[in-house]
Design a protein around this ligand. Sequence first.
Ligand code: IPD
Length: 263
Amino acid sequence: MSDPWQECLEHCVEVATQAGKVIREGLKSDIAVMHKSSQVDLVTETDQRVERLIISSIKAKFPTHSFIGEESVAAGAPSVLTDDPTWIIDPIDGTTNFVHGFPFVCVSIGFTVKKQNSAWCTVASRTKCTQRAKARAPTATAFPSRSPGRKDPQRFDAMMANLRSVLTIPVHGIRSPGSAAVNMCLVASGAADAYYHAGIHCWDMAGGAAVVTEAGGVVTDVSGGPFDLMSRRLIAASSRAVAERLARHITEFHVGRDDADGS
Ligand code: IPD
């Protein structure tokens, strides 16, 4: 993205650094855990505080910009992507990790203009995808728990079947650090060749997708088709060949959209 947005990038890095400090402080104190849509959908006071900090700081600098934030949406704000300059924020990507002191958490901030994800990122400028034609490094995904009362048992079975299928490609292994943005930074840095997930949200994908693209990787839908930020599904891979191969091993299942009912 060209110069007009340079100021946005600089402010983004500044506010993300402040947010990181708040998260590190939060890890040192007792963490009160609250639940959102289910017993495994966790949120803490630190998630909410960090999101308020990021939004108020960006709003003060860019009052006409729009926002989609994980905790604001959980509190009832709309989740609609427009052509406006829009900040898409996950204050703590890896909240479950944060709660348990499992040391992979990050702040994820994406920025879109006319619905296009920004193509610049300071992390990305220091990283490079492997661009291998076959997946050699581990592939990453998420393993959400099948908690009692969780809506869709078929979805759980489909996820497990996909895992089995991907393991037969073959790949060197599967890793799951528990944060979508961390997974995508692992692809961008070459430590993983691919990451796939169906069921995440735009705030989990927006920042990381830009990092992967900027590092020379590709982001697609789990079908192998074009990536759609509001679709709740993605493959992030070191090369198109790896993304296409992975897509052939994934059976799609319904996850809804972020700009529909959010379910
Ligand atoms: C979660 C993480 C996790 C993924 C979940 C996300 P959150 O984000 O990215 O890796 O499996 O689907 O909800 O809730 O910690 O911001």
